[in-house]
Design a protein around this ligand. Sequence first.
Ligand SMILES: Cc1cc2nc3c(=O)[nH]c(=O)nc-3n(C[C@H](O)[C@H](O)[C@H](O)COP(=O)(O)O)c2cc1C
Length: 170
Amino acid sequence: MADDNATYKTIVTKRDTRGFTGEAVPAETVRRIVQAGRMAGSSKNSQPCRFVILDDPAQRAAVAECGDFAAWLPEAPLAVAVVLTEAGTRQEFDAGRAAQNMMVAAWAEGVGSCPVSIHHIDCGREKLALPEGWRISIIIGFGYRAKPPKSVPEAARLSWDDYVKSNRWS
Ligand SMILES: Cc1cc2nc3c(=O)[nH]c(=O)nc-3n(C[C@H](O)[C@H](O)[C@H](O)COP(=O)(O)O)c2cc1C
């Protein structure tokens, strides 16, 4: 596939951003971002995720208190919490697929993003008023980037040979 394929370019140039212009993300764009997450596949089509759109700044500020590295989250004009029914590797994988779908779909529309961990599970559950048995898997902050992405996107990754093996580890 050619390197100028638009989908490929969107995927490999997507970098996480924590600094936003503050410009609102239009409702139709929000809808497409969330729809991209909803369409992600899941193990046995179990669909263990739900999404909570955080378009209220007070809610973004409240839930940011539940993460140890979430100080920038209130500055994002939009956030989406990916919440899960049960803890487990399968469900976390499904949540990751949904989260990446949303971030890539957003970037295709010029909207940057970054995941935020919610370390304090009970805090997150309480702030979002989640039912018993549900918890936040990840929150994604979205918005228009304040600064352009790094000019050499590969610079922050391990070398190809460190990352990629063929048939066996060695
Ligand atoms: C599961 C997960 C949790 C993350 N949690 C946080 C977080 O709590 N706060 C934060 O600022 N960044 C968080 N990040 C963003 C990572 O720091 C980021 O993906 C990594 O530094 C690579 O960024 P780059 O694509 O811009 O190189 C998280 C990323 C992942 C995948």
